[in-house]
Design a protein. Structure first.
Length: 83
């Protein structure tokens, strides 16, 4: 399956990549997160399970269980606050 990955803000800065195309056997948004964590180093730290990370699929907020289809865009970003 081909998935477009987008990374924003602190996550992008931590891993040094803003986007890439991933070819992998994944079924959910959570599978993508776990696969990226397995890269280790900054990837594992930035996307660790205990960290507050928001996820989206095709520009809609998504939980880890969100099912993917070929060509989906999955985005990871930290929670945003404003004031």
């Amino acid at each position: 399956m081909e998935i477009r990955i987008r990374l924003f803000a602190g996550i992008r800065e931590a891993v040094g990549v803003s986007q890439e195309t991933l070819h992998a056997d994944v079924k959910t948004v959570g599978d993508v997160r776990r696969l990226l964590q397995k890269r280790g180093g900054a990837w594992a730290k930035a996307l660790a399970e205990g960290r507050a990370v928001r996820m989206a699929c095709n520009h809609e907020m998504a939980g880890a269980e969100r099912l993917l289809t070929d060509g989906c865009e999955v985005a990871f970003f930290p929670p945003v606050t404003g004031g």
